[in-house]
Design a protein around this ligand. Structure first.
Ligand code: GRF
Length: 224
């Protein structure tokens, strides 16, 4: 099934851009319906505009509570008929109603090897802890921040902390986020029952399907 994606972002939007391009190039079987941001000045808006993706923004100052804010956001997502959410540097905790509505269909990327260094500064915390390997994680979102079942992770040696703009980490993030969403669109992500362990199902064998769809005569003609 082709996904109808919303990207939630608050910052630069390099992950959002990579995902949009992967959808537009047919790598992920999905349409990005909109980019939603809580920051009207976020750079991700320029990226959405350049790639012809609609964007919407809500200022939290206009709402009395997180619940009210998320209710308004959900109405927007409904308007765009969104069925899947990818959070890409979205610096706001989402409330239960969002997670319940999109249960099993909401993803996040975190710049650390979870479950280590959850929270707002995964890279800085890992660096200050003195880890020798750090990285990034794509996971399902549940009620607890940076906690849901892990889909894919990638690691770098601590020498890459010297790259102050974290370009190498971001490049890895883009790769694993695209891969995770591609698997999801292919219905290949399976959580083992009564656990949080994610399995990636093997690629469906399309050769048989193709062979069948090319068969115009059945029973088949015999050689003569
Ligand atoms: C990424 O490092 C991501 O892991 C974290 O926020 C950052 C967003 O970067 N959640 P960008 O806005 O996608 O460039």
């Amino acid at each position: 099934m082709r996904l109808k994606l919303a990207l939630l972002a608050s910052g630069t939007g390099s992950n959002a851009q990579a995902i949009i391009e992967a959808c537009q190039n047919g790598v992920i079987n999905a349409d990005v319906k909109l980019v939603f941001t809580n920051k009207s000045t976020a750079k991700v808006i320029e990226k959405a505009q350049a790639l012809h993706i609609p964007y919407e923004s809500l200022n939290y100052k206009n709402f009395n509570s997180r619940e009210e804010y998320d209710k308004a956001m959900l109405e927007i997502l409904e308007k765009y008929e969104v069925d899947t959410i990818a959070m890409a540097g979205y610096m706001r905790i989402v409330t239960k109603q969002v997670i319940e509505k999109y249960k099993g269909r909401i993803f996040n990327i975190h710049p650390a090897l979870l479950p280590s260094f959850a929270g707002a500064d995964g890279i800085g915390d890992a660096k200050n802890w003195g880890v020798k390997i750090f990285g990034c994680t794509v996971h399902f979102v549940d009620e607890i921040m940076d906690n849901g079942p892990i889909i894919i992770q990638a690691a770098l040696p601590s020498s890459c902390f010297e790259d102050t703009e974290n370009k190498q980490l971001h490049t890895l993030e883009h790769k694993i986020y695209i891969q995770a969403l591609k698997w999801f669109a292919e219905e290949r992500i399976h959580i083992l029952p009564q656990s949080r362990i994610v399995e990636i199902l093997p690629k469906k064998d399309t050769s048989l399907q193709k062979a069948c769809s090319n068969t115009l005569v059945y029973p088949p003609l015999e050689e003569w």
